[in-house]
Write a protein that binds this ligand. Structure first.
Ligand code: HMS
Length: 231
């Protein structure tokens, strides 16, 4: 892949965010990695989506250093870099402030697995990492956010392949996938599931968690060998 190829991929994936209603103004960013070159292309910071073009995507290495590009890379670049460096099978990362997922993050709550829509994609509650400590905020905040995400999965005995989405307490969601398109898909799924979970709790504050048998049934119907779903 050339730099131009990952810039195109990052551009196309970024442009999906406003189309899917996942971002307002500049509230988010997508990156696309090229593992053979050890770099990723990421949205420039603060540039509105209607002013983006593939050549504006900034090429950055897995330490977060700009390799090519005139604009400043997203302020979340170091978080993307940490995750690419430690999770060798991912090819795309998305960060948004989509309304419902962010509301759960601000509430510092995991999203409970209430129904089969959730179970079609995940067999567990969607984790919410703890808010960043004062020390982390004053230190390498974006870099530490990457570790906060990784540690929250570890605390739940989950790998980045078991689940491709997380909330960061008081902040917002991050999703990832083998490709930037899959990471965007995961972002849209997360937002939809977050909305349904909120409505479920409003309609019935005592709504039960989905039974394990139904979680397994719905997940297994969609995944496994020869499944196109979630590729
Ligand atoms: O988290 C935040 C803001 O709280 C950022 O992700 C969001 O504003 C997007 O920033 P960038 O324009 O990518 O630097």
């Amino acid at each position: 892949m050339s730099y131009q190829d990952i810039q195109e991929a990052a551009y196309e994936a970024n442009m999906q965010l406003p189309k899917l209603g996942l971002v307002l103004f500049t509230f988010g960013n997508v990156s696309a990695a090229d593992r053979s070159k050890g770099v990723f292309a990421i949205k420039p910071s603060g540039v509105p989506y209607d002013q983006l073009s593939p050549d504006k995507m900034v090429i950055v290495d897995f330490d977060g250093k700009t390799v090519e590009g005139k604009l400043r890379p997203s302020s979340d670049t170091l978080t993307h870099a940490v995750l690419y460096k430690h999770w060798e099978k991912i090819g795309g990362i998305v960060h948004t402030h989509s309304t419902y997922a962010t509301a759960w993050a601000q509430s510092q709550r995991d999203i409970p697995i209430f129904g089969t829509t959730h179970a079609d994609h995940n067999t567990v509650d969607i984790p919410c990492a703890p808010p960043m400590s004062d020390e982390m905020i004053q230190g390498d905040y974006e870099y530490q956010t990457g570790f906060q995400i990784m540690n929250a999965l570890k605390d739940r005995n989950l790998s980045y392949e078991d689940i491709e989405m997380i909330l960061v307490g008081n902040h917002a969601p991050f999703t990832w996938g083998k490709t930037p398109d899959k990471a965007v898909y995961n972002s849209a799924v997360l937002e939809n599931v977050a909305q349904m979970a909120l409505l479920t709790e409003q309609i019935n504050p005592k709504a039960p968690r989905l039974k394990d048998a139904l979680i397994r049934k719905h997940y297994e119907r969609k995944h496994g060998p020869h499944s196109y779903y979630g590729q």
